[in-house]
Each structure stands twice: as structure tokens, then as C-alpha cells.
Ligand binder design. Structure first.
Ligand code: SF4
Length: 154
């Protein structure tokens, strides 16, 4: 099955802080299995939208995306989300594995906009657009659910 994956989950240094994401051994094994058994398409919506690495952290505040120093990066985040959706449409991708808690990729929790580490229910800009377009989105803490979804889909 074709699957869209956040670039930073694949070890690419595209995050705002230039780090990639780390897994537990169990998660890494399941992650590797998913990656090897499926056709992976990787994207970092924020880089695709025109932002650089490293960059300032950003959070969603009242439907806008602002950096810690109040720069409005909403346009870049929206472009990244449209690029991600276009890739899914072009390749007929129906499922995505996106990084949790990101203002682009988070699928169920995001930071509350105060830059104080508080999580609230909500979705990142890209995750939301994909979900609205019937693409199933999982995060790296939901690998088992993703694995089951792929198994049942085919
Ligand atoms: S936008 Fe998504 S892919 Fe890019 S660094 Fe943030 S979480 Fe990772």
C-alpha cells in the first residue's frame, strides 16, 4: 500500500530544531516493518511550504500559525498542506503516518499556542486537510493501529 510519511520520522533532519525523531526498540521494529512492506512517499510540509531548517518553533493560535517571535507563517503552513494533499491525490495515497503534536502533522493533539508545552485536542494544518479529504492519518504512537489498518485495507 502507498503511505505518506512525515520526513522527520524517516530520520531526515527537517524539524524546526534540526533533529529527527526517536523511537523505542519495539516501535522501531514495527516502524521498519511498515516501511519495508509498503511504498513510502515522504514529505515535510513545512519545508515544502518554504520554511528553512533550523527554524523557530510555531504554534496555531486562532487559526493562524505564529512563531515564538510572532512571525506569521500561516501561508507557508497552508502551502505545505496543499502540497501534501496534492501528492496524495497524484499517487492515490489513502493513508498517512504523520508526526504527533506538530502544528503541521499532529493528528489529535497540538500545543495550545502559548509556547508553554501545553497540549490540547486539535490537528495540525496538514493532518486536518488530509483527514478532511478522507485520508486516514496515524501518528508514530499509533503504529499498531496503522499496521492493522493497512492489513485490513488490502
Ligand atoms: S512539518 Fe511534519 S515532517 Fe516536517 S518536521 Fe514538522 S512534523 Fe516533521
Amino acid at each position: 500500500m502507498k503511505i505518506l510519511v512525515s520526513s522527520c520520522l524517516l530520520g531526515e533532519n527537517v524539524r524546526y530544531d534540526s533533529k529527527s525523531s526517536i523511537y523505542s526498540i519495539e516501535d522501531l521494529q514495527l516502524f521498519n516493518k511498515i516501511i519495508l512492506e509498503n511504498k513510502v512517499f515522504s514529505i515535510c510540509p513545512e519545508i515544502s511550504g518554504g520554511l528553512l531548517t533550523p527554524r523557530e518553533p510555531a504554534e496555531i493560535i486562532k487559526n493562524q500559525v505564529l512563531t515564538k517571535t510572532n512571525e506569521n507563517v500561516t501561508k507557508e503552513f497552508i502551502k505545505g498542506s496543499i502540497d501534501s494533499l496534492n501528492l496524495c491525490k497524484k499517487e492515490n495515497i489513502k493513508v498517512a503516518l504523520l508526526k504527533a503534536k506538530s502544528p503541521s502533522c499532529g493528528n489529535n493533539k497540538i500545543y495550545d499556542g502559548t509556547f508553554s508545552g501545553i497540549l490540547v485536542d486539535g490537528m495540525g494544518i496538514t493532518a486536518k486537510l488530509l483527514i478532511e479529504n478522507n485520508i486516514k492519518v496515524f501518528n508514530e504512537k499509533q503504529l499498531k493501529d496503522l499496521y492493522d489498518f493497512i492489513k485490513n485495507y488490502s
